[in-house]
Design a binder for this molecule. Sequence first.
Ligand code: MRU
Length: 365
Amino acid sequence: MLVHGQHYRTIWENENGSGAVHIIDQCQLPHRFEIATLTTVAEAAEAIRGMRVRGAGLIGATAAYGMALAAREFGGDPAALAGAASMLTATRPTAVNLAWAVNRQLAAIAGAAEPAARIAIAWQTARGIADEDAAWCRLIGRHGLALIEQISREKGGAPVNVLTHCNAGWLAFVDYGSATAPIYAAHDVGIAVHVWVDETRPRSQGAKLTAWELGGHGVPHTLIADNTGGHLMQHGMVDLVIVGTDRTTRTGDVANKIGTYLKALAAMDNGVPFYVALPSSSFDWEMRDGLRGIPIEQRGGDEVKHADGWVDGRVVEVLVAPAATPAANYGFDVTPARLVTGFITERGCCAANEEAIIGLFPERA
Ligand code: MRU
């Protein structure tokens, strides 16, 4: 996507052949656009753990490049690569793209006998995963566009109001995003679309990242406090909800940023279609019961007790709650398949049940 008129992906290799990998440092957004450099697998792991890169697809692509960095760092040594895989996989538990990308790297590397070939294959695989992520998200945009087009027709061209939660935008992937891809596609073909952006406490990925992205692309949007969506739905002000997911079971249960479940309940109560946009890399094909099976990341309570913002040219963190108050910080929740209207994938749209999902991905039967 464009940033100040220049095309960026969220992760890319150094063009001068230095072997470094660059990322947009998302901890600095929206106030500063800064590019960071990763040269070791430990730096890649730290970037994921510290959420300088985040979002399912980008976590996967960063882990893939982390394995490539490790391959070079450790001369293709299989034991060291196994250690690197464990280090990367332990960084964040919920997004399945992480383990998916690491396992794909391990399988690819295992096919090569020589250290030099292992290193080359690891880089090739990382490039493949990044390119595929961008291509899949572009296709999600194409398939999701049809849904927005139909609502636009039904509304006689009046703006289609989409509500989204957290950031499943291009910053959460390599490019385009999942939930935002249909929105960008609609905007680009001239369909009037307006986005309600949930602020998404405690880390405020909606306020910081989704608002920044949509603004950068010229998409009309309005930032709302997290608890506003239900009210808007009751008053006919939301035509469609589109969210992303960090892990979706083969039966259609959806883990996404904390608060998604409440939006799905409100959408069901008000007859608002609730769609989840995802590339196939975010399906957990082994899992059937999301509520019991999906690991939910718990982060430090300080994220809940504090807020940060831009004051006099720098980011300042302030304490919001009494210092001694205990806080719990569940990162994700699970929306059961029965509350999901459908999925938007790179292969098209389908209902939220195993039969329909496998209909799109028969190789997973
Ligand atoms: O904790 P994060 O920022 O990595 O969480 C991921 C998200 O932004 C959301 O849960 C998103 O909606 C799904 S990831 C495409």
